[in-house]
Design a protein around this ligand. Structure first.
Ligand code: ADP
Ligand code: MG
Length: 688
């Protein structure tokens, strides 16, 4: 890197620190974030304040230095005959004064700003008309950090270094198999890389971008599929040949309602998995309230029918408790032994559970992380269900598996809907099932947007619901360590609620509480000993209180769409009409308003997830796959390049099917490229 002209050791270090650019290969993959059309120049008389950076052409009339010390600046008057503007520099004054000449023609490129009743440009790019790249086609704008800018590195510098690197590199070797290039009529690697940095026109640029996006997604999918194929090959699954007494009796005699079509379909998918002899690794996505628990129970019954044990792991004690209560009452008539194991299980019970687990007399164990402690030994574990997957990492899943000689089947349930193409990547090593249908008879939740000055009106409505025996959630944004203000507004909110509704009991929960106190408060609400729950987002994960009919979300403008949707899902679980009230400041940004208004018009979790992804980008989902494979995308975007993700996936699978070890001569570029992209020491801190 440092040998590239103009870079040198100090800047090489800076580039590595700021942009993770360590080599020329990294440098040329630092793509422009957008392009500016430099094929036309604007007359100075036509400048306006809403223009982005524009190109103008003219001559300097005078240069003067103004101000003193730190405020010193160089001001050039610049004219093209239609108008005159000021060009201002705060740095490198002496050098620039010598460099630029009056009377000579220059092309300037910068953002026009109004200052002292006159248009000005601060630190524009300045080129003589004959400079390479000046006044030609599309010019890339390269992403920079604040620090790089302060150290005088410009987009233009990056451009020049990349040109240099491309020159030194010579013809770039092809990184995709020829069959793919010709089938999809893609540009070669060399061509695409040169075009993306020097696009002759927009059509070519788009072709280059498609090619580079595809390449990135293809290698990502190739890596994921290879990883999961290898695991499938190495792992012997337990075969469950039959559906027996427990499942059948439950289905015909106990199941309190007919299954929805989606639940039936998912159960068929699960039965096919566990009957196949391969280990099941399935992600079950279903919106809140879509009925995942029954599917979990029936999957566990299949395991028990085949003489195996099953367990269900939940992320919190209260959730484990709730699952335990509902599953035990459903399974009791079958004579199945169901127990709850959590951190607060008493020693005597715990010893008994451990004993029953290892002698095989315990069929279903519901629990928290306590299930993966070393002291827990299963007799013969056949099925593991993990609820709310995002709270458990890969390493924890792996620990559960390793408790058995043969690996149990794994079903991961999540209520965070993720668009298919994203799931394909983020959960790339899992098969995906979706429950996309709610049980019949649910009344859609009515969602309203209300402003802070309407709070008393909202409280009156709450009063009416309370009077009918309903319960109410009031949620505040999460408390951050440093955010004393949040705690203050939460506590004030709590006091206001208590004062407004003195004849009702109000429970109070936040993330900084001791777990025991938190559980106590949650139980008050769950058992209807408290009527109102004032809480931070700790309640987000799956509590089930069907009698609650109102969810008030304070500072709703501070939540993301998916989070709002999750919170809203806490109500609408019973027969009553339910309401979600989004409280917000009146003055909010346009996109925030759009987000809140979208919430009032749809309750479809997938539509919301899709919109969220488009508005925010894949955010923290990107970067680490749940499978533990880290990745960064430089050009492709999982939110907007859905079709390419699918295509890349298909191509990767096709190649792996035909050539599992990737050893055919036409695939000779694949392994070295995979190694270059993905071989790094696994950073465990990013996974758990
Ligand atoms: P989630 O997918 O959020 O975990 P649950 O499994 O808790 O949803 O189900 C939500 C509620 O819907 C429960 O009270 C459950 O008994 C009920 N339910 C589930 N499946 C059906 C169905 N097919 N018909 C009617 N009610 C159902
Ligand atoms: Mg659930």
């Amino acid at each position: 890197m440092k040998y590239i002209k103009g870079v040198g050791p100090a800047r090489a270090k800076l580039l590595e620190e700021e942009l993770h650019i360590k080599s020329c290969a990294d440098l040329i993959r630092h793509y422009p974030s957008h392009y500016i059309d430099r094929s036309r120049s604007y007359p100075l008389a036509e400048l306006s304040g809403d223009m982005p950076a524009v190109q103008v052409r003219g001559r300097f009339v005078t240069f003067t230095t103004q101000g003193e010390g730190a405020k010193m600046r160089l001001v050039g008057l610049f004219t093209d005959g239609t108008a005159t503007i000021e060009v201002v520099w705060f740095r490198r004054i002496k050098a620039l004064k010598e460099l630029y000449q009056t009377g000579r023609e220059y092309i300037l490129f910068g953002k026009p700003q109004a200052f002292n009743n006159r248009w000005s440009m601060v630190h524009p790019e300045v080129d003589p008309p004959d400079a390479p790249g000046a006044a030609e086609g599309l010019r890339g704008v390269y992403p920079l950090t604040e620090k790089l800018r302060n150290r005088g590195v410009s987009s233009r510098n990056i451009f020049t270094w990349i040109q240099n690197a491309l020159k030194i590199a010579g013809h770039l070797p092809e990184t995709l198999p020829a069959s793919l290039i010709s089938r999809y009529r893609m540009m070669s690697a060399d061509q695409a890389m040169r075009v993306i940095h020097n696009p002759p026109d927009n059509a070519r640029l788009q072709q280059a971008r498609q090619r580079l996006k595809f390449e990135e997604l293809f290698y990502l999918q190739l890596n994921i599929r290879r990883y999961s194929n290898r695991r499938t090959a190495a792992v012997q699954g337990i075969r469950f040949p039959k559906i027996g007494r427990f499942f059948n009796t439950f289905y015909s005699d106990i199941l309190p309602f007919p299954l929805t079509g989606a639940q039936k379909r998912v159960l068929r998918e699960i039965r096919a998995d566990v009957g196949s002899g391969r280990q099941m690794n399935r992600l079950l996505q279903g919106d809140v309230g879509s009925g995942k628990t029954i599917v979990a129970l029936m999957s566990m019954l299949i395991a028990i029918d085949n003489g195996k044990q099953a367990c269900l792991m939940a992320p919190t004690e209260i959730l484990a408790q709730q699952h335990y209560e509902s599953l035990r009452s459903l399974a009791a008539p079958l004579g199945i032994n169901v127990r709850l194991l959590t951190g607060s299980t008493r020693k005597k019970d715990r010893d008994e559970i451990h004993a029953q687990l290892s002698d095989g007399s315990l069929h279903i164990t519901i629990g928290t992380h306590a299930l993966i402690e070393n002291s827990v030994q299963f007799h013969d574990l056949g099925m593991v269900i993990i609820d709310e997957q995002h709270r458990f990492g890969v390493m924890q899943r792996a620990r559960l598996w390793s408790k058995n000689a043969t690996l149990p089947h794994v079903l991961v349930m999540t209520a965070t809907p993720i668009p298919r193409t994203l799931a394909m990547t983020v959960y790339g090593d899992l098969d995906v099932s979706v429950i996309d249908e709610l049980p019949p008879g649910r009344k859609p939740i009515t969602t309203l947007l209300r402003y802070d000055d309407q709070r008393m009106q909202v409280y009156r409505a709450i009063g009416r619901e309370l009077a009918q025996g309903r319960q109410v959630y009031i949620v505040y944004p999460l408390i951050q360590e440093s955010e004393k203000l949040d705690l203050k507004s939460l506590e004030e909110g709590y006091e206001l609620v208590r004062d407004t509704f003195p004849s009702y009991r109000t429970a109070f929960v936040h993330g900084k509480m001791k777990p025991a106190e938190k559980d106590h408060q949650m139980h008050l609400f769950a058992n209807h000993d408290a009527h109102i729950l004032v809480a931070t987002t700790v309640i987000e994960v799956g509590v089930n209180v069907p009698n609650a009919s109102v969810m008030v979300i304070e500072n709703a403008e501070r939540f993301g769409l998916s989070q709002l949707h999750q919170l809203r899902g806490r109500v609408g679980r019973g027969a009553a009409q339910s309401y979600c009230i989004l409280m917000s400041k009146r003055k909010i940004a346009a996109d925030t308003r759009k987000r809140l208004e979208l919430m009032t018009t749809t309750t479809d979790g997938f539509a919301i997830a899709e919109a969220d992804l488009k508005m925010r980008g894949p955010g923290d989902l990107e970067g680490t796959l749940q499978s533990g494979i880290p990745f960064d995308l430089h050009i492709a975007n999982l939110a907007t390049d859905g079709q390419l993700v699918q295509l890349a996936r298909n191509c990767a699978e096709e190649i792996l099917d035909a050539d599992p070890p990737l050893s055919l001569p036409q695939h000779s570029m694949l392994l070295p490229e995979l190694r270059r992209l993905y071989y790094r020491p696994l950073d465990l801190s990013r996974i758990s």
